[in-house]
Design a protein. Sequence first.
Length: 282
Amino acid sequence: MRKRRTFLFTFIFLISLAFAQFGSVEVNFDDRLLRSDEKQEILNLSNDIIRFIKTTTWDESYSDLTIPLHIQIVFEGITAKGNEKIFNCQAFFSNGRDLRYFDKSVQFIYNSGTSLYYDPVLFEPLSGFIAFFTNLILAGEIDTYEFNGGNATYETARDIAIRGSGSDYKKGWSSRINLVDDLHRNIGLRKARLAWYIAMDLFKDGDIEGTLDEINSMLDGIEQSFRDIGRDNHTQFFLKAHSERITEILTMLGRKELLKDMKELDPDRRDLYQDALDTISK
C-alpha cells in the first residue's frame, strides 16, 4: 500500500510539472547575517519554494509558458513575536529578461516540514509573498501574448496584497499594492512589451514590414508610458533590457528614423543608437 501511495504521489507531481507555468526556478539565499542555528531552520526552504511554484497552477489558460524565474532572498535577521520566529528579508524576483522586482521589507514565518500552498481566501505570509511576486511575473509574461492579457493575474496579485495589508504581518504590503497598481495602469509599457515580442517573432519569420509596424507600435507605447506615468523604473528597465537587440534589428534594416526616435526616447543609451546611425551612414 505504501508503494502504491508513493507512486501515485510521484505521478501527480510529474503531471503538475508538465502543466506548470514556470520552467526553471532558481532560488538563492544570502544568509550571512543569520546565526548557525538560524541557518539550519531554512535548510529546506529553497526546495519548498521551488516545489510550491512549480506545482501550483497559477493560470489555467496559460499552462505551457515555462517561464524562467530567478529569486534572491537576503536574510537580515529574526525577530520574536510570541512563540513565532519572524524572518526579516529583502528579496529580488526576475524572469531573467525585462521583468524584475525588488522588495526590501519582507517578513514571514517558516516551519520546516510544513508544505507551502496557495489559498485564495486565507492569508499566510510566506506563501502569500511568493504568490504575489510569482503572479506579477506571470502577468507580465501573459501581457506579451495578448493586449492587457495579464489583467486577471494582476488582480490576483492585488487581492493577495490587500489581504496581506490587513493581516498580522502587514509590513511592506501597502507598498506592494502600489506596485501592482502602477504596473497595471502603465498601459503604454504594456502595449510596448506586447508589440516588441510580436516584432521579434515576425522578424524571425522574415516579415520585415510587420516587424517595423510593431516596432513603431512599441515606440508609441513608450511615448504613452512617459506621458501617463513619467520615466518610471519599469519602462526604463524594459528599454535597457532590449536596447541592444532593438538597435541590431534597426541597423540591419537600415531604419535611421527609428534609431533617431530611440535616441530621443532612451537618452541613457544615446551613444548606442548614435553608433548605429554612424554605421548606417558609412
